[in-house]
Write a protein that binds this ligand. Sequence first.
Ligand code: COA
Length: 176
Amino acid sequence: MSITTRRAGEADTELLHDLAARTFGLACPPGTLQADIDAFIATHLSVASFRGYLADPGRILLLAVHDDEPVGYSMLVDGPIKDPDVAAVIDDVSIELSKFYLAPDRHGSGAAAALMTATLAAAAGTGASSCWLGVNQQNVRAAKFYAKHGFEVVGTKRFLVGAQWHDDHIRRRALP
Ligand SMILES: CC(C)(COP(=O)(O)OP(=O)(O)OC[C@H]1O[C@@H](n2cnc3c(N)ncnc32)[C@H](O)[C@@H]1OP(=O)(O)O)[C@@H](O)C(=O)NCCC(=O)NCCS
């Protein structure tokens, strides 16, 4: 078994959309309407969305690959923090870890750790001094995973999925 990571490129738009469509709902709290999940995927995780993300110089997308199969992806977003709840608690040059998703049959496999290592190295390579993320407050598995990788809760924010606002924790960790 070999888990590798690599930067995603233009040729990966379809597979990024496929991974995102399969995994986005896993991060939502129980009771999230399927219609809201579908609307979020259609608006923010379509093939066209990923084409735009990949063309944006402020974003870095990475893939985790198990043997030849892509099993997870991450996306970093550089630039000024727009959410006032985040800006209120982050006062250094911080890059957002906007997406971090593994296919469900790869949870607990170590692929997430490999992807996180590569993602943090890419984040540090931008010159940012820290990395921040938002994660649903009910997502216990992700909370444990992020805590293991040094992300501490520094505040709260809200996240819109379809027509519903969800409650997130803001987590931050310093970069080397
Ligand atoms: C979040 C994610 C990337 C973590 O990857 P992973 O391979 O599951 O992570 P790990 O197994 O290394 O760590 C998860 C920890 O939570 C624990 N855990 C698993 N299920 C749990 C549950 N239901 N309740 C509490 N803890 C749980 C695991 O035992 C492990 O802890 P341990 O290392 O002390 O044993 C992956 O689960 C995922 O893609 N989830 C769906 C998408 C998502 O939520 N992404 C985050 C969006 S912000």
